[in-house]
Design a protein around this ligand. Sequence first.
Ligand SMILES: C[S@@+](CC[C@H](N)C(=O)[O-])C[C@H]1O[C@@H](n2cnc3c(N)ncnc32)[C@H](O)[C@@H]1O
Length: 280
Amino acid sequence: MKNVNQFGGNWTEAKMKIVVDYAKAYLTIMNKQPWVKTLYFDGFAGSGLIEKNEAEDAIKGTALRILDIDEPKPFDLYYFVEKDEKNKKALENKVSIEYPKKKAFVVQDDCNAKLLDMARYLQKNKNFRALAFIDPYGMSVNWNSIEALKGLGIDFWILVPTGLGVNRLLTKSGEIDDGWLNKLEQFLGISRTDVYNRFYKKDIVNTLFGELEILNKEKAAIEKASKLYSERLKTVFEYVSEPFVMRNKTNSIMYHFMMATNNPSGLKIANEVIKPQYKL
Ligand SMILES: C[S@@+](CC[C@H](N)C(=O)[O-])C[C@H]1O[C@@H](n2cnc3c(N)ncnc32)[C@H](O)[C@@H]1O
């Protein structure tokens, strides 16, 4: 099997364009502050290539597109995290052969562990600013890994699996498996009581033996999940962008893609780069 990640549709292109456009604007600002060192952190880096379909050649993934940026300047450091051994090796090969001059590290690990390491690194190296891109398929980023980033100079793009993740665990009846509740707590950083308060309402039904209280899932749970995640990010960062909504072919929402930062200029740019992508 080839070491490529699967293409998810037009929104894969849109997502990559958002990150690359943002990175260029980010580097333009950083170029005016030569004392600042820049780090690009990619927590779910992939193999470097994305396969569209059997008939077409694979296209470059975000990691390589970011490495391609030389104007206004490249990043000072690149840190790519990839859990899968084959993908990690494939990316490492590409980086060493095609970008020998760039200071890039490719590590095989879990993104959560490396987010905590990055937080420690930025606490020690005050002259560094980071642009992070967190692109998981599912709910693999723990809330406590994000909490560790509080107060640091990070612009943090994250793909939030509101439709493909959170909404799927929120059953209609409210009877949720213990493992799924643990996952929701770990992912959102709130208690199961709060999960119920946010996503369920209590209704009274009349039965033969009197009134009975039942739980019903709230409408628009996916949008509610996006709002909740944005609220959670605002407890760690000062600003959170509008989300870029990613839908599948049947128009169901799969993900919300958003950026959190402590920098007002970053927020403005993020909202600017998101908008035109809706036309792709
Ligand atoms: C959506 S793909 C990444 C695509 C890539 N960001 C791009 O734009 O080209 C997700 C990748 O994350 C890797 N992965 C899955 N779980 C991970 C984890 N906990 N930590 C780091 N990488 C992980 C998978 O092996 C997969 O290659």
